[in-house]
Design a binder for this molecule. Structure first.
Ligand code: PLP
Length: 472
C-alpha cells in the first residue's frame, strides 16, 4: 500500500488497539445492567472539539474508554423503558464491523450487501403476510419510511405527473386515529399535502371509530377534497393501542384509499404468540407498512423499513436514472433492482446486516419469545401497580406499554407534577427509565417495553422504586 494513503502507518499497532477496544466494548455490553444512563458532564462538547491540543496528544483509545463510551443514552439497560427505544444486541458489534470493512454503498449495482438486503426484506414481507409483488427499502426509521410510503400513495392518487408538476390546487386529505405518531403529520407537511389535511379520527374503545371516519371522508368529498390516504396504527406510541386493521382495510377498499400502517414497533406482534399476534391481524392487507428493526427487533440504530404491497408503486414514486446511474448488463453496474429507485437515498449503508446477523444467530423463535415476553412484562407491571392502592393504571396494557399514575388521590395537576418528578429522579439516580405521556389531563409514567434484557425482578423493583418516591 502506498504510504500516502490514510490507512494506519502501523497496522500491527492498529490491530492490537482494535482487539483491546473490542474486548472492552464486549465487556460493556455484557455488563449492561451496571451501566444506566449517565449524566453528561459539563464541557463534554469542548472535550470533543476537533483538533484541540489535548486530543492530539492523548491516546485516542483511552479517550474512547474514558470520554466517549461512558456517556451512552442508557437504552442498553434492562430497566430502560422510556419512549420506544431498542436495547441493541451483541450481534450489532460483529455486524457493524463487517459492514465497516465492506463499506458497501447499497444504492445500487452488483454486490453482496444488496442481495442480503433483499433477503431480509423478503423475510419481512412474508412475516407481514404481503404478496410476492411486495418490495421495500431499508431507511433510517419509520419517519423516513412514512414519507416514502406517502409519496407512493400520492403518485397513485394523482399520477406520476405529480413528480414533475407538483400537487397544484388539488386538496388531498388523509385520515388517521387521534394518537397517530407525529411522523404521519410531518410526512404530510414535507410532501406538500399539508398537515391541516390530516383528519384525526376519534377513538372508541382504543380503536379508530369507523363511523366517524366514514363521516369525515364523506364531508371532505362533499367539499371537493380528494381523500387519498388512510393511516392505521399498529402500536400507538402513547398506549400501545391497535386499530382494527381489517375494518380499516374494508374502508380503504370501498373508498379507494391507500392503506398505510404505522407499525414502527407494533407490527412485530406478527411474530408474537397469542393473544398478542392477532392485534396486528389485517396488516397483510396494507398498501404500505412502515416499521423499525431498531425498536422491537432490538437491533442497533438505525434500521427501519418501508414496505409497499406492489413494489412497482414505490418505484413509480422514486425511480430516476440519469446517465451517471445507468445500469449495465454485466459488471459492477449490473444487478437490478437498485434501491435508489425505491426511495430518497442514493448512497446508503448496509442496514440489513444487523437484522440478518441477529436472525441467523438466534433464529426467529427467539424473537417470538422475546416479543411475547415483553407483552407479558407490561401485564406484569400492571399487576405490580395494582398492588399499590394509591397508584392507578391509565388502562390495562394491550401490548407492551404500561401507563400509570403514582398517586391517583392527588389533584390532576399534583399527579402530573409527581409523575414527572418521579420519572426524572429515577432517571438521574440510575434506578429505571420511564418516560411520561399525557392521558386525559394527567401526565403519567409510561413504560414501553422493547427490551430483551428486562426480567420480572426488574419490573418489581422499578414499581417499588416509584412507590418509595411517591411516599416521600
Ligand atoms: C418511533 C415511532 C415512529 C417514528 O419512528 P422512527 O424510527 O423514530 O423514525 C413512528 N410511529 C410510531 C408508532 C413510533 O413508535
Amino acid at each position: 500500500m502506498s504510504d500516502h494513503s490514510l490507512d494506519p502507518k502501523d497496522w500491527d499497532q492498529f490491530r492490537s488497539e482494535a482487539h483491546d477496544l473490542l474486548d472492552h466494548c464486549i465487556d460493556l455490553m455484557q455488563r449492561a445492567e451496571e451501566r444506566p444512563w449517565q449524566h453528561v458532564p459539563e464541557g463534554l462538547q469542548e472535550q470533543y472539539a476537533i483538533g484541540q491540543t489535548k486530543a492530539r496528544n492523548a491516546d485516542l483509545m483511552t479517550r474512547l474508554r474514558d470520554e466517549v463510551l461512558p456517556y451512552h443514552a442508557g437504552n442498553t439497560h434492562p430497566k430502560y423503558w422510556g419512549w420506544v427505544q431498542g436495547t441493541g444486541m451483541a450481534t450489532d458489534v460483529t455486524a457493524s464491523m463487517v459492514a465497516a470493512v465492506m463499506n458497501s454503498n447499497c444504492g445500487g449495482r452488483n454486490h453482496g450487501a444488496n442481495y442480503m438486503e433483499r433477503a431480509v426484506i423478503d423475510w419481512t414481507c412474508r412475516k407481514m403476510g404481503l404478496p410476492e409483488t411486495a418490495f421495500g427499502v431499508f431507511v433510517t426509521g419509520t419517519s423516513q419510511a412514512t414519507v416514502q410510503a406517502f409519496s407512493a400513495a400520492r403518485v397513485r392518487a394523482l399520477g406520476s405527473d405529480v413528480r414533475a408538476s407538483g400537487q397544484g390546487g388539488v386538496r388531498l386529505t388523509a385520515y388517521a386515529a387521534a394518537g397517530v405518531h407525529n411522523a404521519t403529520k410531518k410526512a404530510l407537511e414535507l410532501l406538500g399535502v399539508g398537515s391541516v389535511n390530516l383528519r384525526l379520527v376519534p377513538l372508541s374503545e382504543g380503536k379508530m371509530n369507523i363511523d366517524a371516519l366514514q363521516t369525515m371522508i364523506a364531508e371532505d368529498r362533499a367539499e371537493g377534497a380528494q381523500p387519498f390516504l388512510l393511516v392505521g396504527t399498529a402500536g400507538s406510541v402513547d398506549l400501545g393501542l391497535y386499530d382494527n386493521l381489517h375494518h380499516l382495510a374494508d374502508v380503504a377498499a370501498a373508498e379507494n384509499l391507500w392503506l398505510h400502517i404505522d407499525g414502527a414497533f407494533g407490527a412485530w406482534t406478527r411474530l408474537a404468540e397469542e393473544p398478542y399476534r392477532s392485534l396486528s391481524d389485517g396488516i397483510e392487507r396494507a398498501d404500505s407498512i412502515a416499521l423499525d428493526f431498531h425498536k422491537w427487533m432490538y437491533v442497533g440504530y438505525d434500521s427501519g423499513l418501508c414496505l409497499v404491497r406492489d413494489g412497482a408503486e414505490l418505484r413509480a414514486a422514486f425511480t430516476a436514472r440519469p446517465v451517471y446511474l445507468d445500469g449495465k448488463e454485466r459488471g459492477v453496474a449490473s444487478g437490478e433492482p437498485w434501491f435508489c429507485d425505491y426511495g430518497i437515498d442514493l448512497s446508503r449503508g448496509n442496514r440489513a446486516i444487523k437484522v440478518w446477523m441477529s436472525l441467523e444467530t438466534l433464529g426467529e423463535e427467539a424473537f417470538t419469545q422475546a416479543i411475547t415476553r415483553n407483552c407479558r412484562l407490561a401485564k406484569r407491571m400492571a399487576d405490580e401497580v395494582r398492588k399499590h392502592p394509591e397508584m392507578a393504571l391509565a388502562q390495562d396494557p394491550v401490548s407492551n406499554v404500561c401507563v400509570f399514575t403514582a398517586d391517583a388521590a392527588l389533584s390532576l395537576e399534583d399527579q402530573s407534577a409527581l409523575n414527572v418528578r418521579i420519572a426524572v429522579e429515577l432517571q438521574e439516580n440510575g434506578e429505571a427509565v420511564f418516560s411520561t405521556t399525557k392521558v386525559g389531563d394527567v401526565e403519567m409514567l409510561r413504560a414501553a417495553i422493547v427490551n430483551h434484557r428486562t426480567t420480572e425482578a426488574h419490573i418489581h423493583e422499578a414499581v417499588q422504586a416509584v412507590a418509595d418516591l411517591a411516599a416521600k
